[in-house]
Design a protein around this ligand. Structure first.
Ligand code: SF4
Length: 269
């Protein structure tokens, strides 16, 4: 049996926590491999943020892609059945499989950017040769520390931060309605590209990204106004509930709180 290498990897999502972890580990873990699992459907802001991070680190970020059979191929195989929180085939085909191919049988320590103030475990590899490591949890690093690290490095937050709480595909079904509105207003081309995947089957079954409404319905001005008003109300309630919370993080924290249980553990750090 050939000698197995020991490797250290960090999967970046293009979000704030994994990026802060990259900064945190740069001089702590020699030979760390920085990976980005590229579905080719990420937001332009995510790609820009990764470029900035790469420049800051002075290290190459390896962009791992699928095996040539991307989202459309897998969607066709599933007869147009869109991925959803219960059928998350996109993560499996476009992120987990490319990662497992890359790792092979090497002994791998996989660094995960879950903070000490979070109550979730994140993505656990099925491979027995992969050991997860949680430096932020072990060292008591909180969200405030992450924000400080990003500010100090000059990287700041990803440009999508004012309207979207996390990285991931532009068409991700984990988005809140207010984030779909954000996509409509910031990237109308991507919004309508996502809308084009929705359809009604011959038997009348609707395949939509959001439960019980299509993106075309969601994009109507009166519906957009309604979604914004509902969001404002929720924000106001959150502000009342937690008066000490810093204003700059309200949007992100609120949506994260709603989505903690539902987010994608490998796409979102
Ligand atoms: S970000 Fe969303 S759509 Fe993209 S692979 Fe992850 S779960 Fe699927």
């Amino acid at each position: 049996m050939p000698n197995r290498r020991t490797r250290h990897i960090l999967c970046l999502s293009g979000g704030k926590d994994s990026s802060a972890l990259a900064i945190y580990l740069r001089d702590r873990v020699p030979g760390l491999e920085y990976l980005f699992l590229d579905t080719e459907m990420e937001l332009p802001e995510t790609y820009e943020y990764l470029d900035k991070l790469e420049a800051y680190l002075g290290k190459r970020i390896i962009r791992l892609k699928h095996d040539g059979r991307g989202f459309d191929h897998h969607l066709a195989l599933r007869r147009g059945y869109l991925p959803s929180p219960r059928m998350r085939w996109c993560t499996e085909e476009l992120k987990i499989k490319p990662l497992e191919r890359y790792i092979g049988n090497d002994r791998v320590f996989s660094y995960v950017g879950i903070r000490s103030d979070e109550d979730r475990s994140g993505y656990m590899s099925r491979k027995p040769n992969v050991t997860p490591v949680f430096p932020f949890k072990e060292d008591g690093v909180t969200k405030a520390d992450v924000l400080r690290m990003l500010e100090k490095s000059g990287l700041g937050l990803p440009e999508y931060d004012p309207w979207r709480s996390r990285s991931g595909c532009y068409l991700c079904f984990f988005q809140q309605r207010i984030e779909w509105v954000g996509l409509l207003e910031n990237h109308p081309d991507l919004f309508w590209k996502a809308a084009a995947y929705e359809k009604t089957s011959d038997s009348g079954e609707r395949y939509t990204w959001v439960a019980s409404e299509s993106l075309e319905e969601l994009a109507r001005p009166e519906r957009v106004a309604e979604i914004k008003a509902e969001h404002e109300q929720r924000m106001a309630l959150e502000r009342l509930r937690i008066p000490d919370r810093p204003l700059f993080s309200l949007f992100t924290e609120t949506v994260e709180a709603w989505q903690t249980e539902r987010g994608c553990p490998i796409c979102e750090l």
